[in-house]
Design a protein around this ligand. Sequence first.
Ligand SMILES: [Zn+2]
Length: 268
Amino acid sequence: MNKGQTNTFLESSKWKQQFPGLTALFTTKNGGVSKGYYSTLNTGLHVNDENHTVVQNRKIVAEHSGWELNKWIYADQVHGTRVVQVTSRHAGMGTEAYHEAVKAADGLWTFDSGIGLSLGFADCVPIYFAEPETGYAGVAHAGWKGSVGNIGGEMIRQAAEAGVCADKMHVLIGPSIGECCYRVDQRVIDRIPDQINKKDIYETLGEGQFRLNLQELNKQLIIGAGVKEQHIEVSGLCTACQKDLFFSHRRDQGKTGRMSAVIGWRES
Ligand SMILES: [Zn+2]
């Protein structure tokens, strides 16, 4: 993923070319109006920033990407694996008030165009899903719990139930904390599903200390769910390393803003 004409978000140039009717963006920390820890483009309503500045920031991103904020839908994320189908009737949920967000969901998907599905991030992995023939779009939030719980596979499973072939699905794995900066303990490693080739996923640093590659873990799980490897793009970007671009929960010791991942087919 890389910067386009605006500094407020990144996009995949490959996806832009391949899917001209699709918006799939990941916001940066730049170009907004928040102050202090949230400087400047915090898009998270639940992190003690001023509500009206967060809404202002979201409106800036919406405008830069050719949308109206009231067409987007946010979720109340809980580090689970619950995935919810939304429709145009849900447009605007959680965009200006956190308590109006879709309850307890870490994945959103739809067949409706004209709505943008939005989730918040500060190190966890944003996973975007698109299938142009059916007009399917989806986004998932995968921290270590969602990753080992295979929320990506759950997205593919629900899409398949609704008639979307996994082998036609395209997946984009966005910026998250990278293997370079993500130390975990044995408790996390023990929960990695058995089907995963663990050698590619983590490195042992010392007694009970590991470096985990969440983007690669999710990629393997999504291939396991039936998506073609050549249909998966991995950003490889690390939110903790790229201080000038991203908020990072771990690097900023919890006092930080949130980026948004937004996906949606524009109304034609
Ligand atoms: Zn890093």
